[in-house]
Write a protein that binds this ligand. Structure first.
Ligand code: ATP
Ligand code: MG
Length: 256
């Protein structure tokens, strides 16, 4: 990979939805970069456009204007297999993201098949390695979703994303469906994985964002209203909205 070239770059990206005669501009003129090895946080209240931004980065949603660059190349919704492999996502609810009839190992291996990675032996090797990297034991990996906790399932979803060896992992509210006691475990795991993959961490909760993000973008009504290094934002937030998000996050800190 080119050193210095951002893994993901958005240049003045705008997206408007037209539904039932009404128009919602979910994302308005958003520009951001995710550098190699960086964890970039996106924080904002419900409806501020965070998931729309995630879908744009994944190539699941076309933009109306602006540019999306993946490792320096302009991309749209039509991506090559290699480009699809490079950007992976984990969602809020791991239970609805996994096939209830498949073991964790089978789900992770199956994803390697989808992305046509190597032969059968190679896919098994990669799947076992991915499950190890999220600390799911062989015993756990042999189980199906009904036999696992939310935290274990979210780790399996992470393993499934990582089996493709992506350049960018977008985590959209990855801890929101989990018990507070488990949230810290998942965030610590993401912190461990940062040496392997760049990340965009999306949350409505500044406590989650500040846990591992190097930089933060604050979204309101589809726009980025404030950006900066996490420590700087935490101490010197300029926008009253950001200060409100920070105050709310202090009420329920996350245990490491
Ligand atoms: N497919 C769609 N069709 C029409 N409007 C949509 C669609 N998806 C999102 N929107 C609207 O776009 C805006 C941004 O939605 P988005 O899901 O990106 O917000 P969010 O920040 O992820 O919110 P949350 O924290 O609740 O997940 C909202 O007003 C939403 O209603
Ligand atoms: Mg969302």
């Amino acid at each position: 990979m080119n050193a210095g070239v951002p893994v993901m770059e958005l240049r003045s990206v705008t997206k408007t939805y037209h539904a039932l005669g009404s128009r919602v501009t979910a994302v308005k003129g958003v520009s951001l970069q995710v550098g190699a090895g960086e964890v970039v946080g996106i924080v904002g209240e419900s409806g501020s456009g965070k998931s729309t931004l995630a879908r744009i980065m994944l190539g699941l949603e076309p933009v109306d204007s602006g540019e999306v660059l993946l490792v320096g190349r302009a991309v749209g919704v039509k991506r090559t297999r290699e480009q699809r492999r490079q950007v992976q996502i984990v969602f809020q609810d791991p239970r609805s993201s996994l096939n209830p009839r498949m073991s964790m190992l089978a789900s992770v291996e199956d994803f390697a098949v989808v992305h046509r990675l190597g032969d059968r032996a190679e896919r098994r090797r990669r799947a076992v390695q991915a499950l190890e990297s999220v600390h799911l034991s062989e015993t756990m990996a042999a189980r199906r979703p009904p036999e696992l906790s939310g935290g274990q399932l979210q780790r399996a979803c992470l393993a499934r994303a990582l089996v493709t060896e992506p350049s960018l992992l977008v985590a959209d509210e990855p801890t929101s469906s989990l018990d507070v006691s488990i949230q810290g475990q998942i965030l610590n795991l993401l912190d461990e994985l940062r040496s392997r993959v760049s990340m965009v961490l999306i949350s409505h909760d500044m406590a989650v964002i500040r846990f591992i993000s190097d930089r933060v973008h604050v979204m309101l009504g589809g726009e980025i209203v404030e950006s900066g290094p996490t420590a700087q934002i935490m101490e010197h937030a300029q926008h009253e909205y950001t200060r409100r998000l920070i105050r709310a996050s202090l009420l329920q800190p996350i245990d490491a």
